[in-house]
Design a protein around this ligand. Structure first.
Ligand code: BG6
Length: 520
């Protein structure tokens, strides 16, 4: 090996060597007949099992109202796995070894005997850890959280005072409330019989590989972090676009809208990771402390600010991939005069030292031209001399794009000379693609999240104060919308990049949206 090769030698540093091993445990899924179990949870557990990441002893219990026995449930899940597995074909030998760990417990969430039955099942496993280390996954409607937690407590299955030799944890799915008040109510119901440290609130975006990479990217490189502030950055754009419309989820969407479904959780989480201060360590609490601080620094929006800085949108019928897509108001279970937003865009300011005066533009929507999530850090323009003086706005400002999905990666855009005798300048891109560098490997977010919850690491889960802060931001926006119907400038055709009003929002400050370009 020559000297240069040695210098370039790549060493990998494993940070999670000392992490807690996953102890034998039972996972109890409440609401096991639902879509989430079949589509996400069981495929994720199957893949963890195939990768030998589950503990040596484990059991998975589906708790739901419908009558069925273990083998019927296993058959159903097997069929679902064939449909939803991220790897195909399903490995029959792995499934045969995995399936005997699946059990079904029929019962009503409000009935004491059902929990007795659950306890007997746990006891029948004949192992103390399987009986007492319990991960309760509440894939139910939030209105049932309180009941389930109370019943678990009464049945002696959930203990506030954790014994050193065992643990019980609650994993809860979104929607976590529909406003600040209901979120507080849910939080107090959950923490009546469990400590906050036993509660794991899911935001599946935090389980995505590239979302986790934001922290590593920022804090393991010196060149970017030096520039990560108001001195170098003009503005930040965060786009989470989806090609799909609301489809069969019209009923839910009428209650949620884009602001509750996507902004309250996924967009704010991405923003927090992009903009937060360095935590004092990589442990869960310091990281979550910084995220909360960041969310709290978002400048509060008055009703007048909402009118100026927030845009709603709703799609009408249009073409996507040469197919006519219905408008939102024609989707099932949607009111024909609904004003619910399927798109939201806004300009936010952070009142802190680092970001003072830097606008953050966030947007998300359904029935857009493509599904892509990315963060674009747009740097300031050069001084208006030399090339800028000659080219004016045609001289592109530098940009760094973190592509969260698809084609995960990072690209840096800067200007270069077009080869030749004439003097021409144009943007060029330096591109890092995960797939090219590491090979295609896209674990489902739920695989990571389930494993972390079993290991008791809360870093990737949302803390109580985090969820409440996020809701208070959403509440102030919704207050600004109260009683106001959508205007013409807020409708957009399916298959376009959102309403005109969203372009106007950026145009106020001479900015433009940069649409994701995942193939680049
Ligand atoms: C969910 C929303 O939380 O996230 C859905 O409820 C949305 O409406 C989904 O489609 C998007 O997730 P992903 O992983 O496909 O970007």
């Amino acid at each position: 090996m020559n000297e240069l090769d040695q210098l370039d030698e790549m060493t990998t540093c494993r940070i999670d060597d000392g992490r807690k091993t996953v102890e034998p445990c039972s996972i109890v899924i409440f609401g096991a007949s639902g879509d989430l179990t079949a589509r996400k949870l069981i495929p994720a557990l199957y893949h963890l099992f195939a990768a030998k990441q589950l503990p040596p002893l484990f059991r998975i219990i589906g708790f739901a109202r419908r009558e069925k026995n273990d083998s019927q449930w296993r058959e159903e899940l097997k069929a679902a796995l064939h449909q939803f597995s991220r790897t195909k074909p399903v490995d029959e030998a792995v499934w045969e070894a995995f399936a005997p760990n699946l059990f079904y417990c029929q019962g009503d969430f409000s009935e004491v005997p059902a929990y007795k039955k659950l306890e007997q099942l746990l006891v029948s496993f004949g192992n103390e850890q399987l009986r007492h280390n319990l991960l309760f996954y509440l894939a139910t409607s939030p209105s049932q959280f309180g009941e389930v937690v109370e019943q678990l407590h009464l049945a002696g299955l959930l203990h506030l005072e954790e014994k050193p030799a065992s643990w019980q944890r609650l994993v809860v799915e979104k929607p976590f409330g529909h406003d600040l008040q209901s979120a507080r109510q849910l939080n107090s119901e959950l923490t009546r019989y469990a400590h906050e440290r036993q509660v794991f609130r899911i935001d599946h975006y935090l389980g995505k590989e590239t979302v986790q990479n934001i922290l590593m990217f920022r804090f393991s490189n010196s060149i970017f972090e030096e520039l990560w502030n108001r001195k170098a950055i003009d503005h930040v754009q965060i786009t989470v676009s989806e090609k799909l419309g609301v489809g069969g989820r019209g009923g839910y969407y009428e209650e949620a809208g884009a602001i509750r479904d996507m902004f309250q959780n996924h967009l704010l989480q991405v923003m927090a990771l992009v903009a937060m201060e360095p935590p004092v360590s990589l442990d869960a609490e310091p990281i979550r402390d910084e995220k909360v601080k960041l969310l709290k620094s978002i400048r509060a929006l008055t009703v007048a600010d909402v009118a100026n800085q927030v845009v709603r949108g709703q799609y009408f019928a249009g073409m996507i991939d040469s197919q006519l897509r219905p408008g939102y108001r024609q989707e099932t279970k949607v009111k024909s005069d609904s004003n619910v937003e399927t798109y939201v865009a806004m300009k936010l300011f952070l009142d802190n030292w680092r970001w003072s005066g830097v606008p953050f533009f966030l947007r998300t929507g359904k029935s857009l031209p493509l599904s892509a999530s990315e963060v674009r850090i747009q740097f300031k323009r050069t001084p208006n001399v030399l090339f800028a003086a000659r080219c004016g706005p045609k001289l592109d400002a530098n940009a760094l794009t973190l592509r969260l999905q698809p084609n995960e990666g990072i690209s840096l855009r800067f200007n270069g000379k077009v080869p030749g005798t004439s003097l021409q300048v144009r943007p060029v891109r330096m591109n890092f693609s995960y797939n090219t560098e590491f090979g295609a490997y896209t674990p489902e977010a739920y695989e990571r999240l389930l494993l972390e919850a079993m290991a008791g690491d809360a870093t990737l889960f949302i803390r109580r104060d985090e969820v409440e802060t996020a809701w208070s931001i959403v509440d102030s926006i919704r207050k600004g919308w109260e009683g106001k119907a959508l205007t013409n400038r807020e409708f957009y055709s399916a298959g376009t990049w959102g309403p005109v009003a969203a372009d106007d929002l950026l145009a106020q400050t001479s900015h433009v949206w940069r649409d994701p370009n995942p193939v680049s």
